[in-house]
Design a protein around this ligand. Sequence first.
Ligand SMILES: [Zn+2]
Length: 424
Amino acid sequence: MELDNHAEDLASDLGIDKEEVKADLQNLVEYSVPIDEAKQSLRRKYGDDTGGGGGTPSSKDIGNITTDDGNVTVTAVVLTAGERSIRYQGDDHVIVEGRLADETGAIDYTAWEDFGLSAGDAITAGNASVREWDGEPELNLGESTSLSFVEESLEVPFEIGGEASIADVETGDRAVTVDVQILESERRTIDGRDGETEILSGVLGDESGRLPFTCWDPDPAIEPGVSVRIENAYVREFRGVPEVNVSEFSVVSTLETDVEVGTDTTTMGVGEAVATGGVYDVELVGNVLAVRDGSGLIQRCPECNRVVQKGQCRTHGSVEGVDDLRVKAILDDGTGAVTVILDDELTEQVYEGTLEDALEQAREAMDQEVVADTIREKIVGREYSIRGHLSVDEYGANLDAERFEESDADPATRATDVLAEVRA
Ligand SMILES: [Zn+2]
């Protein structure tokens, strides 16, 4: 509907067929070109160079920009500027993303043209278009934007540059600089947009926390145990948690002094943790209310490792399943609930037996469900402190446990703590 209106707008401005314009618009928007940029390029295509906006829009304070604004002119300091490659109509295109700020506020921007922006530059961006992203306004600097560098420096109440600690890194951050130690790193082959390609994936950390990372262009400086500075990384969500992405534009340099990695984790209420949308390393404390179906002794597909039911894998059909142990338990602390997943080792720990013991118990009972029943008897109704990775996505809120221990805190104290947290 909205696209329809834009097409009508353009068609009447340019005096051409609406359906033709609409098809072009649709095509551009499908390639995630912002609507204003798309309209602008169609104006050029159909020979209207006036920009259609009727002159340069007046200057606006960043703090006053709303998603209702069409085009604005801002004078601002570039806080961050990070390059990223996107594929658009079959070609790789380099865009620059980051944040701009003036005295009144800061705003994310995307530059579709190479303006040569770098952190600390003071600029005036004339006729920047405002788009909405996740309910917030963002600026697009494109071909219709007139950009000039300002001589005098601007004082802004924001830090220039993208230095961050791991605890502060959030999904959507661009041009981030972190000093970290590489904790795990593994070379993997993936099916990328240009066929098979090698990447590195692993875990990095600093004193404030740990996060997974992917390095799309394997850098020799990235090795387990090595401390590095990574400049111009971006953060996106992967499997429900923020992930640091090291791209071809990132700069990785080895640090002289080692970065210490904290062993502490954040303890959160379940409701609060779920509300964050995913936390890589978190401790939750609550009661195990139930052990879900698909726990205990299970069989996995030898091809894809997924759990098979009655010898059937959803992708590979009839397969010879491989025996394994796992637990899916519901943990609740009064503020929310998550499914806790225990791998084979943690399952052996709570079952107090090995896979062999489980197979024997199932053989004797002629029913493999007895293994889950045994686990149920041991853990349901008890309070546990669990450390792991929380992902929140279409599969629900799942905590991949790394540690699963009976809680030693007095339940009354715990209840008071949770209540205090809820009230705060
Ligand atoms: Zn399979």
